[in-house]
Design a binder for this molecule. Structure first.
Ligand SMILES: [Zn+2]
Ligand SMILES: [Zn+2]
Ligand SMILES: [Zn+2]
Ligand SMILES: [Zn+2]
Ligand SMILES: [Zn+2]
Length: 295
């Protein structure tokens, strides 16, 4: 490959000012000639692959090492006995057994990760796109709302905002609603219209894509309260909210995240599968019309 003109990680021009040095990295598994050209800043500060040491955009393993399937995703050690957790892996037996789990994704956390302000522990992959800024969360929420409007023709009569909250605050909101959360890790958002607490509450620090999914789910509950207030059956209530979020992920090409929703073995997964069956029979407009009159 001829010498690159731009840093492969940040796109900064290379070599045309004295201030920026270019650095070249090669992976031992790459064909000859293939190389990563980086600016001095990226070479010094980007996270390194746990297995081969190559700088990359995200922490953990580089794409090449990940694809070999030979290295533990948490510690980067080459591992013979490979453990899979959910759809994720491989992990070495030590990490699967001994490492603390991320409070967001449930996967083993490598050393040295800071807990969130409210005491939650988060892994490097979740932290890489975590949303802590209320303005950024609001923008993601508005984007979800606009996409739901375009895809399903739904809108809210009363504008509803999204608030980022810590875990304790979210649990307090849920207790107020009379919903005892079954496991804190599963409790990512809530919708309430009781008293002055009217709005959508979502945990701060969720990865961007998960925030989008949770925001769409809670937005769907808000729509439900306005348009199908008598709907009580949790299979239909949660199923509808998941169906809206699932459709949004699919439309954005986020197949992996959508598949994870579909694979759940609880009221969310059951409900989603019910709604998809209904959609296959009557189409999306039929589902929405049916729901308006369901109890
Ligand atoms: Zn760079
Ligand atoms: Zn690597
Ligand atoms: Zn490991
Ligand atoms: Zn995580
Ligand atoms: Zn729900």
């Amino acid at each position: 490959m001829a010498s690159a003109r731009f840093c492969h990680l940040c796109g900064r021009p290379l070599g045309d000012t004295g201030a920026i040095d270019d650095r070249t990295f090669r992976h031992r598994d790459w064909p000859p000639g293939l190389a990563l050209h980086l600016c001095a800043d990226c070479a010094a500060h980007k996270p390194r692959c746990l297995a081969c040491g190559l700088p990359g955009a995200v922490p953990g393993l580089c794409e090449t090492c990940r694809q070999t399937g030979q290295f533990c995703l948490t510690c980067g050690r080459k591992t013979r006995r490979r453990v899979t957790i959910g759809h994720s892996g491989p992990y070495c037996a030590d990490c699967a057994r001994d490492r603390p789990r991320c409070d967001v994704c449930g996967l083993p956390v490598a050393n040295g990760r800071r807990p969130l302000a409210d005491g939650r522990l988060t892994c490097a992959a979740c932290e890489a796109t975590a949303v802590h800024d209320p303005g950024e969360a609001q923008a993601i929420f508005r984007a979800a709302e606009a996409a739901i409007g375009r895809q399903l023709g739904l809108s809210l009569g009363v504008p509803t905002g999204l608030l980022l909250v810590g875990r304790d605050e979210l649990l307090a909101v849920m207790r107020e609603l009379g919903q005892e959360p079954d496991g804190a890790a599963d409790t990512l958002g809530a919708y309430t219209r009781r008293g002055r607490r009217r709005g959508i509450y979502v945990l701060s620090g969720l990865p961007r894509l998960l925030l989008l999914q949770v925001a769409a789910h809670e937005w769907a509950h808000a729509w439900q309260m306005e348009n199908a207030p008598l709907l009580r059956d949790p299979i239909w209530r949660e199923g509808f909210a998941e169906w809206v979020a699932y459709g949004l992920l699919r439309a954005r090409g986020e197949t992996e995240a959508a598949e994870r929703m579909l694979a759940r073995e609880d009221v969310y997964g059951d409900g989603l599968r019910h709604l998809l069956q209904l959609e296959a029979q009557m189409g999306a407009p039929g589902v929405i019309d049916w729901l308006r009159h369901a109890r």
